[in-house]
Design a protein around this ligand. Structure first.
Ligand SMILES: [Zn+2]
Ligand SMILES: [Zn+2]
Length: 474
């Protein structure tokens, strides 16, 4: 574990408290340890749970405190490096950490998943009013926790997910945990976590950042990971990898033999292909213009790949015909085609994961850079009673024919994180990765270090890369 640098702040400061009443309180350690008492500095480094165990000879498991170890207030001044957007510049800077809050967790970053959504935040040249560490997920090792934190402990391997779960807000309690109110603008304060050399405060994008040796995250964003999977694979579960698997397994999970259509075979779409295959989908039809992504879709389990540039006007009809049942005999489970917008035919589950072009792609691209055509087609190929999960971001407004939109019985899920409850779903995604049911590692094409973050995100923007994980060696 990396040692905390306390050189600029006395660990006996009022903030360097040990949770009162805990079996791991400073007094308890010193009393039971006899001549083997540990300093507060040592406790902060190894965590109070481990400190108590060392001091008493008991294992941490046997003597686990009700509350986690505490290191609040003792981290101010810690130096670390981060990619910071400031003004119109973007560069890796040396920063000094501020104190963490009682509900925050200090994570020593190991990986941060590159996300297409934030490419403009990393590479763009628009002025950044407040210096900001971009991105919105990461993973690493918990190095300190605030006094009120319970979910994770010092030393835990942890995912800082792009979506929080508090379990107590209105959305968490009423079935839409992907919109946990900690995610909402103003849900939690986004105060500076560190200072630049001139004393200017630096904030984290989405109260997470990620392109940094240190992430300071609210507890609600932290998901402890109990697995030996490689760091970069866990990092993918903070964003694209998890979203793709979730698209096929959270809102309306794929049933054996069902037809699934996936628009877009980027990291999200390809993870969705894997999720559909893992759940024994019947057909997995992928719509994707880039040839290398088409090939990967087939490799990961797609049964048909269609290029959206080929006879664009007939794409919807071709997909509907592919999804037709084996008979049109209505007294034998069959189906007729229907007419116009009230087509009977279509897929049981459709995933829209193509999105608009923030930058001109360096690979083959589809017929509509706004992404709206793919969204409309995705809705049209969803069968009556079928489900559409929309994951991508488009430019502009979209129109649907009113009657068909209202009456066709299609279930539409606007899929922030594909509906994930990150505390419930991450663990089962980890299990699926461990058993080999899905292979998120195969989606990772680049693991650049922090100093090459711009190059890494350029590959995301160009769509020449799939899973890009900015990596921080231990
Ligand atoms: Zn993202
Ligand atoms: Zn919540």
């Amino acid at each position: 574990m990396t040692e905390i640098d306390h050189t600029t702040k006395d660990t006996e400061s009022p903030g360097a408290e040990i949770r009162p009443g805990s079996p791991a309180s400073a007094e308890g350690v010193e009393t039971s340890a006899g001549g083997n008492a540990l300093s507060r500095r040592e406790m902060l480094v190894i965590g109070a749970t481990g400190a108590a165990a060392l001091a008493t000879g008991a294992s941490a498991q046997e003597d686990a405190p009700a509350a986690p170890p505490v290191a609040s207030g003792a981290v101010a001044g810690m130096p670390f490096r981060a990619y910071v957007r400031h003004g119109t510049e973007g560069s890796v800077l040396d920063l000094r950490l501020r104190d963490i809050k009682p509900t925050q967790v200090l994570v020593r970053t190991r990986g941060s998943c590159g996300c297409y959504t934030v490419t403009t935040s990393v590479l763009g040249d628009f002025p950044q009013q407040t210096p900001t560490i971009p991105n919105h997920s990461g993973m690493g090792i918990v190095e300190a926790v605030g006094a009120q934190v319970r979910r994770v402990r010092v030393g835990d391997r942890v995912l800082v997910s792009g979506t929080p779960w508090c379990g107590q807000c209105h959305q968490c309690l009423t079935g839409t945990p992907e919109w946990c109110n900690y995610l909402a603008p103003g849900g939690v304060p986004n105060d500076p976590i560190a200072d630049m050399a001139d004393g200017t405060g630096v904030i984290e994008a989405a109260v997470i950042g990620g392109l940094s040796e240190i992430i300071v995250a609210y507890e609600e964003y932290c998901v402890p990971i109990f697995s030996d999977l490689p760091d970069e694979q866990i990092a993918m579960l903070g964003d694209t990898g998890a979203v793709g698997i979730a698209a096929t397994s959270v809102y309306d999970p794929v049933q054996i033999g069902q037809n699934v259509v996936i628009f877009g075979a980027g990291p999200i779409g390809l993870a969705a292909v894997q999720g559909a295959r893992a759940q024994a989908a019947g057909q997995i039809i992928v719509v994707e213009p880039a040839s290398y992504r088409q090939a990967l879709a087939l490799e990961f389990g797609a049964t048909t790949v269609l290029d959206p540039n080929d006879d664009t006007d007939t794409l919807v009809d071709r997909i509907r015909e592919l999804c037709a049942p084996a008979t049109d005999r209505l007294d034998a489970g069959g189906q007729i085609a229907g007419r116009g917008l009230i087509s009977m035919r279509g897929a049981d589950l459709v995933v829209e994961a193509s999105g608009f072009d923030r930058y001109p792609p360096a690979v083959e691209t589809g017929p509509d850079p706004t992404g709206l055509l793919a969204l409309r087609q995705a809705w049209e190929v969803t069968a009556p009673g079928g489900s559409l999960v929309t994951l991508a971001v488009q430019i502009g407004d979209i129109a649907f024919p009113g009657s068909a939109f209202c009456l066709s019985g299609k279930r539409i899920y606007g899929g922030q994180m594909a509906g994930m409850n990150v505390m419930r779903d991450t663990a089962r995604f980890v299990t699926a990765m461990e058993t080999g049911a899905v292979d998120i590692g195969a989606l990772i094409t680049s693991t650049p270090p922090l100093d090459e973050v711009r190059h890494g995100f350029q590959g995301v923007a160009d769509r020449t890369e799939l899973g890009v994980v900015i990596s921080f060696p231990a």
